[in-house]
Write a protein that binds this ligand. Structure first.
Ligand code: SF4
Length: 490
């Protein structure tokens, strides 16, 4: 218990008390409330947190409602409330609030609250960063929305919905608990203990979600490494996962057989990442696999820093290609363009940028871009396969030579009646490695047949017999001709 005394002195005292619960009536009331959230901006990266918090304090799962994915229809219908926003992702937030007010809210199923927090700071797994701020547009948009929907008519009051948009910082867990309690207590009537407990559960849900994403990402990366294939890494903002904001470009690549990774799904386990940073770590240019101060010291913005870090990861992973998405008039992406470009150019990583995305979907030009990039990816994949084949061939030959030399040594020792401990095991291990390399070697090339000739493997047994007889006849004919042409000694 912390007390501030008359002269400002703080005293702390350890107390033991039971968990404070709100009344049964309060729980019952929360069970009947409906809360809507716009699926916009950084709600894309924090969704599990809000849902878990609300469900833990008693809001029913079915009563936690998100707006739909962005679509052209949604934008045309809901993008009509005047507001001053620089970029499309922030402009489109009004269409999501409209969707909640006019589609998710109805007399039969009313929404009691629309929750759109001002996210000032985000979490990060990077180390040594200056700060982890959100883009100021992300942080301020909930307030802009409040103005846009109340400036002439108060649409919230009109529909009986309370708009909740208090500020939240994800970098200070204790402050976050206080913000959540102060922001929600007046509306939901829970105790501070209940709210704090719900925040703890919400953190767990967010961490669990990250683990699931990273596990899937690791699976994909290990599969492409094994198969000499390519995965496409989308470097962008969390809301670029919205099909309405990425114009479904990722779906196009998935249809072509390229798995698409988000930056969040790159495993952040230092032990797993170290093999890609071995040179930098050994020379001391890279302090930590999750540090990017050597290439970008001004890393105060959480999403921008993650974007640059991910570009460097892609540059160091041979099976990762980059798809760089950025929205029209994005002030926060602009400083990273040059940096990402230099990183990618230095490594020769396949790269395609779709900058300046906005509401218009230039389907034709996107299709051309996808086709062109898919062609470069195909060539890159062929190069990877070539390198892998050459490595397998070289490895096989080295191991074959090793086996031959070790066997020779074993034979010579045997002749002298001597033996070396461990020699048989060395031979067995070299043979195993040889077999592993052999499995990855390409099958021997078939000799090319002259034009018009048909390979025996293409013929059925009956035809083979006929062909074989014909071949003999032809050979005999040839011999006869040669014999006829030769000078006769009689
Ligand atoms: S990061 Fe860029 S696109 Fe996103 S809200 Fe900020 S300015 Fe807009």
């Amino acid at each position: 218990e912390v007390k501030v005394e008359l002269l400002g002195r703080r005293t702390k005292r350890a107390v033991r008390r039971p968990f404070r619960r709100s009344s049964a009536a309060s729980w019952k009331r929360r069970g009947e409330l409906r809360v809507g959230m716009p699926k916009a901006l950084n709600m894309w990266s924090t969704g599990p947190f809000w849902r878990t918090y609300l469900e833990t304090v008693g809001v029913k799962m079915k009563n936690v409602v998100f707006s739909d994915d962005t679509s052209e229809e949604m934008w045309i219908e809901g993008g009509k409330y005047g507001s001053i926003d620089p970029c499309y992702p922030s402009k489109v937030a009004q269409a999501h609030i409209h969707d909640l007010l006019f589609h998710k809210h109805s007399p039969e199923k009313p929404l009691d609250f629309i929750f759109f927090p001002c996210l000032t700071h985000m979490t990060t797994k990077l180390v040594g960063v200056m700060d982890t701020t959100s883009c100021p547009i992300v942080a301020g948009t909930p307030e802009v929305m409040k103005s846009a929907f109340t400036k002439e008519i108060d649409f919230f009051a009109d529909r009986g919905v309370t708009y909740v948009d208090f500020a939240v910082t994800f970098t200070e867990p204790n402050l976050l608990k206080r913000q959540m309690f102060e922001g929600w207590a007046q509306h939901l009537g829970m105790t501070e203990d209940e709210s704090d407990f719900a925040v703890d559960q919400a953190w767990k849900a967010l961490e669990r979600f990250d683990t699931i994403m990273e596990d899937k990402g690791r699976e994909v990366l290990e599969a492409v490494e094994r198969d000499d294939a390519i995965a496409l890494l989308m470097i962008g903002r969390p809301y670029h996962s919205d099909p309405g904001l990425n114009h479904s470009v990722m779906d196009e690549f998935q249809v072509l057989g390229y798995p698409v990774l988000s930056m969040r799904s790159i495993p952040k386990d230092p032990a797993w990442l170290e093999r890609f940073y071995a040179d930098g770590l050994a020379s001391g240019t890279i302090a930590h696999v999750l540090d990017l101060n050597d290439i970008w010291p001004e890393n105060y913005s959480a999403n921008s820093a993650q974007k640059v870090w991910s570009a460097r990861f892609a540059a160091r992973h041979p099976n990762v290609a980059v798809l760089d998405l950025s929205s029209f008039k994005c002030g926060h992406d602009a400083p990273t363009y040059g940096l990402v470009d230099s990183i990618i150019n230095a490594s020769g990583t396949p790269y395609s940028a779709l900058h300046d995305i906005d509401a218009n979907k230039p389907t034709g030009s996107i299709k051309i871009r996808v086709k062109t990039y898919a062609h470069s990816l195909k060539l890159h994949r062929e190069r990877l396969e070539d390198v892998s084949r050459q490595k397998a061939e070289l490895g096989f030959r080295v191991e074959a030579k090793r086996v031959a030399l070790l066997e020779m040594k074993a034979a010579q020792l045997a002749q002298r009646g001597a033996m070396e401990p461990g020699l048989a095991a060395q031979i067995a291990q070299a043979r195993e490695r040889m077999a592993a390399y052999e499995a990855r070697r390409p099958p021997p090339e078939k000799p090319k047949l002259p034009e018009g000739a048909i390979g025996l493997d293409k013929l059925s047994l009956g035809k083979r017999a006929t062909a074989s007889a014909a071949a003999h006849a032809s050979a005999a004919g040839g011999d006869a001709a040669r014999h006829a042409a030769a000078p006769q000694n009689t």
